[in-house]
Design a protein around this ligand. Structure first.
Ligand SMILES: [Zn+2]
Ligand SMILES: [Zn+2]
Length: 283
């Protein structure tokens, strides 16, 4: 009997291991790992009473999807389904839907919550949150561009929870956000007409979970985006250059790096364009 167990156990182990790696290969070929993302979401929702525990368990989980050669800092994008190198770029795959509640989820969705923010002029837009196969392709070693380009309408970067950053304008023709602001939900985001949920302002869910001075994501040029505080001091537009950033050492970049800060006044995330050369985003 003992002898039989001795033979069978390694066989079971081999079988489990093989079927596991097969399913990974399938994911890579199909480029469709959305099922694993929703599994992560489902399991975190169960423990949503403790938000800190939730983000920790998702970031642990995330270390499996950040592939070899990708700098450690990208593990912070806890909603990513896959992060990998492609030439001199880091490719970040996310589904773009927030991990926090929103009135823009359909009413039968677990994360649906009616508006409960403080804006008495809240005016829900007709759109609802959809998921996408976002690929943010950003420079692995971002550098200042000799010729700066303005940010475009649509996604200009990606935040830790996979939600897109948008610039300080509403379409078409770069109108100010004045009217759009009233449709921002209790976490300061909203979906556009295709269902892409995004932040034009501080992602308050992330700053309350990760800290007001935390790294919050990356713009398409590969430079990191930080919150509105630094060393317990509130950052204002006056502290930043025309692209809405500056350079110094941060906890994630001990050698120093150019980085953007999100402030509470227009232009919020980015100023007159990308400091570096932007990568691409597809959905
Ligand atoms: Zn918008
Ligand atoms: Zn700074």
């Amino acid at each position: 009997m003992k002898f039989a167990n001795f033979l069978i156990l390694p066989l079971i182990f081999l079988f489990t291991y093989c079927s596991k790696s097969d399913s990974n290969d399938d994911n890579q070929i199909d480029d469709n790992s959305s099922s694993s993302v929703s599994e992560v979401r489902d399991s975190t929702e169960d423990s949503s009473s403790n938000s800190q525990e939730t983000s920790e368990s998702t970031s642990d989980n995330n270390s499996n999807v950040v592939e070899e050669g990708v700098p450690e800092v990208f593990k912070k994008i806890y909603a990513a389904s896959r992060v990998y190198l492609e030439g001199n770029n880091v490719v970040i795959e996310v589904d773009g839907a927030p991990d926090h509640k929103s009135p823009y989820y359909s009413r039968n969705h677990e994360l649906y919550e009616p508006y409960n923010g403080s804006n008495t002029n809240f005016n829900q837009n007709p759109n609802s949150i959809k998921t996408f196969d976002f690929k943010f392709k950003i420079p692995l070693n971002p550098k200042e561009a000799s010729k700066k380009v303005t940010t475009q309408l649509g996604s200009i970067g990606v935040s830790l929870n996979g939600v897109a950053f948008y610039n300080q304008y509403a379409g078409p023709n770069n109108q100010p956000l004045t009217n759009e602001i009233n449709s921002f939900d209790q976490y300061a985001g909203h979906p556009q007409n295709q269902g892409v949920y995004h932040y034009h302002l501080e992602p308050t869910y992330l700053t309350s979970n990760k800290g007001q001075d935390a790294l919050l994501g990356f713009l398409l040029d590969g430079f990191p985006v930080y919150g509105p505080f630094e060393n317990d001091v509130k950052i204002t537009n006056e502290n930043l250059d025309e692209y809405h950033g500056h350079s110094h050492i941060t906890p994630d970049y001990p050698n120093g790096i150019y980085h953007y800060h999100i402030t509470d006044t227009d232009p919020y995330i980015n100023g007159n364009g990308y400091f570096g050369s932007p990568g691409t985003v597809s959905q």
